[in-house]
Design a protein. Structure first.
Length: 358
């Protein structure tokens, strides 16, 4: 059966739009200002810096910075190497071995801060390169930047990489302070704090810390955007920390490495002290090292160069060592832990940039 077709209702035809006359010229409005565009010719566009050239510059930059730092501290280098010539070499070789183990401990802590498995060899090489970067930029910025870039290249989002970096820094700080507290409880006479910090300095230090804390709280309360960003970061960081601690292997790597790293660094100072005949007990030297590094943690100098040396000398003297021998031990210690690995670390950093690992 076929349905009868009905004609569609006719709609009102739209009015035709007026068209300009053929050949009519456009007239400029009196309210419009004409702007003449620049004459851009083909082939004259500004060229971007090639990525390959930029990577080559970044590869050479660490060596340039190492040269600048070495020239600025050439007197410290010369005196430190002179003291190494009079040291007993078996103790020095043990100190070099303990220094190498610090990079393994750092790699374990970095792996423990993330759930995903990171490539082991590249992770270890990155820690070695990060040590050199840390001595070229203030207060850990170099190592943090290198590791943040490494994690993002490995596929971790920037928010999670930043959370892992914060977890690492927190674990390393807690491990260092916990180790110092345990040694002070076991050896309460290891350090005379009056020689390090005068009694009259505690009041200004506490007042300064309170003022900084009050300013930080006020900024967070007043700046809403900063408060929102901080809360979002804290949620991500807490979620990452919870996920890490649900895996025993990751938690063991995180906290085991956080305790092993400062313990190995303190053992390097003890071994260098033994090589130069410093008559201070090993536990007292370890306490002196941990106390000095905790005291200069907030000093914004590249790798703590200058501030760490001064604090270590004062701490060793407070532990009972002669000033001359303590100075020689500190200079030799900094040569072993900073200056000897600096050039290989800078070369490794350049190679990692060239190979696009970071």
């Amino acid at each position: 059966m076929t349905l009868p077709t009905q004609p569609l209702p006719a709609g009102n035809p739209q009015a035709a739009l007026p068209q300009p006359a053929v050949g009519a010229a456009w007239e400029a409005s009196a309210d419009v200002t004409a702007v003449q565009l620049p004459d851009i010719r083909p082939g004259r566009l500004p060229r971007r810096v090639p990525v390959r050239l930029l990577r080559q510059i970044l590869c050479l930059l660490p060596l340039l910075l190492v040269t600048v730092v070495a020239v600025r501290h050439r007197s410290v280098l010369a005196e430190g190497f002179a003291h190494l010539g009079t040291a007993r070499w078996p103790w020095l070789l043990a100190a070099v071995g303990a220094t190498c183990l610090t990079w393994v401990a750092a790699a374990c802590t970095r792996q423990g801060a993330v759930v995903e498995r990171l490539p082991r060899r590249r992770l270890l090489a990155t820690q070695f390169a990060a040590g050199a970067a840390n001595h070229l930029l203030p207060t850990g910025l170099g190592a943090s930047a290198v590791n943040l870039r490494f994690m993002t290249v490995c596929g971790l989002p920037l928010a999670r990489s930043s959370a892992a970096l914060a977890l690492y820094l927190l674990a390393e700080s807690v491990g260092r302070v916990a180790l110092l507290g345990a040694l002070l409880l076991a050896f309460p006479d290891a350090l005379r704090l009056g020689a390090l910090v005068p009694e009259t300095a505690f009041g200004p230090l506490l007042a300064g810390a309170g003022a900084v804390l009050a300013i930080a709280v006020a900024v967070l309360v007043l700046v809403r955007r900063l408060r929102t960003a901080l809360l979002s970061f804290l949620r991500t960081a807490l979620g990452e920390a919870r996920e890490v601690h649900t895996r025993p292997a990751r938690a063991l790597a995180l906290w085991g490495g956080a305790l092993a790293f400062p313990a190995l660094q303190a053992s390097v100072l003890v071994l260098v002290g033994r090589s130069l005949g410093l008559d201070v007990p090993a536990a007292h030297m370890a306490v002196a090292y941990l106390a000095a590094t905790c005291a200069v943690a907030l000093v914004p100098t590249p790798g703590g160069i200058g501030s760490v040396e001064a604090a270590l000398v004062v701490a060793l003297v407070a532990a009972g060592g002669p000033a001359a021998v303590a100075t020689a031990v500190v200079l030799a210690f900094r040569v072993v832990t900073v200056w000897l690995p600096l050039v290989p670390g800078a070369l490794t950093l350049g190679a990692l940039v060239r190979l696009k690992v970071i």
